[in-house]
Design a protein around this ligand. Structure first.
Ligand code: F6P
Length: 545
């Protein structure tokens, strides 16, 4: 069944939220804390090994109550059921959205076009297990009889970002295989990686849902050519594997059937790391860790599906983000993991969030009259503190920020971990409290400055504060907690798409780029230029001259 089509701004809750915003937008978070001793308790959720503290936001119980009513008025519960049940909620592509089926329990039954897809998912999982274990153990060998030492994932977008992010995030759990990723069509990328490789001991995994993506096919072709300078056509069977829905194109490329991993059109590229697209993850950290990540995601799926909105992590994070995006008109959100292993997490979420909810046409086919997808950015703390935190603290823009940190250091390095986490806690406190002119002046006085010097300097030392943050404090970075964390953001994306009345699971904007590049490539490689605006023409002429 199709999703509802309701303009959120026509709901009663939206009107009330508008009024509530007018009444409350001067409120200071720190005053809310002063008034309510139990605030941290009221606005936090303990779930498994996660603690979400969302009390340092410009919200009250009334705000959350209205946001929950908004979700009800827009039939969020019904949409969640459709999402998990395999309804064709990716309507513009006529597809179900079932990355959740990839981490379902073996006993579950999830129907697509009248067929339970879970047995198929488990068949592919078995293949991933056998394949990865035989490479890791050295049972499978390269064309000269040597064990594999290197793996190269060839893919882009969802066929690169997810596996690359997770492989980095789970580096602590890594085995001896050196796993690298080639994505950019810029030849420098592939050439730099090839320089490090021995063809006799390298496995290449070509990942492309469509198997038509220019970047991936160019890189795969270049790599195959390089490989054939050393090995033979027959040796390709030992050194190349592929993941795709397009099995016909894979065999044209020459990859042996036993190394082909299917995927399904009900898995979107940016949500595909749970499928065989995650083969390089299983190769890097072993199948059991890969599967533990899937189990972690499954626990978050159950939480999202079954928990009341008032205790539901993805729902709460999505609604708070809507509060800032649509009422405060904050355009961006920062995601700051205080974990170096999560250095690719924000880049990964940029695709997930911005490709999904960067839409301006509502589910009625008309342009929306309100803001949709937020701009996502971020880098790990503490590095980010020395880069762009100045603007979050003292700039003119409102930037709601998620802080993600862990109770335990993986390497047991208490000294470093305590320092890292001291920064983590200090930042959210400082962002909320700020510093008044009086406090700044008192500080300068304490440093022995004259009255004149204090008057001159104090205004620059003022921090307005009242900057909203969510804090996610997790016990430990494990495959399981990582799976749950990724799934949390996936469901946040879903909730926001439902509220904004858009289709989150297509990406026509990116498809346009693919088409346009094809036309211009003909101009570059041919003798004549087709028709373009004068700027593009001049640039092309200069490029070709
Ligand atoms: O970037 C657009 C996109 O279509 C993504 O959604 C997808 O993850 C990526 O291209 C790669 O596509 P494919 O896996 O088909 O090569």
């Amino acid at each position: 069944m199709a999703l509802n089509n309701i303009d959120p701004t026509t709901t009663n809750a939206w009107d009330k939220l508008n009024q509530h915003f007018k009444d409350s937008n001067k409120t200071k978070i720190k005053d809310l804390f002063a008034k309510d001793m139990d605030r941290a308790d009221s606005f936090s959720i303990k779930w498994n090994d996660f603690l979400l503290d969302y009390s340092k936001n410009r919200i009250t119980k009334e705000t959350m109550g209205l946001l929950f009513i908004l979700a009800d008025e827009l039939n969020l519960k019904d949409a969640i059921d459709k999402y998990f049940n395999g309804d064709q909620i990716n309507q513009t592509e006529g597809r179900a959205v079932l990355h959740t089926a990839l981490r379902a329990k073996e006993s579950d039954e999830i129907m697509v076009d009248g067929e339970n897809v879970v047995p198929e998912v488990y068949e592919v999982k078995k293949h991933i297990k056998e394949f990865s274990e035989s490479i890791i153990s050295g049972k499978s060998k390269g064309y000269t009889g040597k064990k594999f030492t290197d793996v190269v994932n060839i893919g882009i977008g969802g066929s690169d970002l997810g596996p690359a992010m997770v492989t980095e995030a789970l580096k602590f759990y890594k085995n001896h295989l050196n796993v690298q990723f080639v994505s950019n069509v810029d030849g420098d990328h592939v050439h730099e990686i090839l320089r490090t490789l021995n063809p006799e001991t390298t496995l290449f995994v070509v990942v492309s849902k469509t198997f038509t993506t220019q970047e991936t096919l160019s890189n795969a072709t270049t790599i195959k050519k390089w490989f054939l300078e050393h090995g033979t056509q027959e040796d390709i069977a030992k050194h190349f594997a592929a993941v795709s829905t397009n099995t016909e194109k894979i065999s044209e490329f020459g990859i042996a059937d036993k190394n082909v991993f299917p995927m399904w059109d009900w898995v979107g590229g940016r949500f595909s790391l749970w499928s065989a697209v995650g083969l390089s993850i299983a190769l890097a950290v072993g199948y059991d860790n890969f599967d533990a990540m899937l189990q972690g995601a499954n626990t978050m799926d159950s939480h999202f599906k079954e928990t009341d909105f008032s205790e539901n992590l993805p729902v709460i994070m999505a609604l708070i983000s809507i509060w800032y995006n649509n009422f405060y008109l904050a355009e961006t959100e920062a995601i700051i993991p205080y974990a170096q292993y999560l250095s690719r997490f924000s880049a990964y979420l940029q695709q997930g969030i911005m490709e999904s909810n960067g839409k301006s046409v509502a589910r009625n086919g008309k342009r929306v009259g309100y803001e949709t997808g937020t701009i996502i950015w971020g880098e790990p703390g503490t590095n980010s503190q020395h880069a762009f935190f100045q603007l979050i603290h003292q700039g003119t823009k409102l930037i709601p920020t998620d802080f993600i940190g862990y109770k335990n250091s993986l390497h047991g390095n208490t000294d470093h971990h305590n320092k890292l986490m001291a920064n983590f806690f200090a930042q959210t406190e400082a962002l909320m409290n700020g510093k008044t002119q009086d406090e700044a002046a008192a500080e300068l006085k304490g440093q022995g400055l004259s009255k004149k010097e204090i008057d001159n300097l104090a205004p620059y030392k003022v921090f307005e504060g009242n900057k909203p943050t969510n804090t996610l404090l997790i016990d430990k970075l494990t495959p399981k907690s990582l799976g749950a964390l990724i799934a949390l953001y996936e469901h946040k994306i879903f909730v926001q798409g439902i509220i904004w009345n858009i289709f989150s699971y297509d990406q026509w904007g990116v498809e346009l780029g693919k088409q346009l590049a094809g036309t211009i490539l003909k101009d570059i490689e041919g003798d004549n230029l087709s028709s373009h605006d004068s700027s593009t023409l001049r640039l092309l002429q200069f490029f070709k001259s």
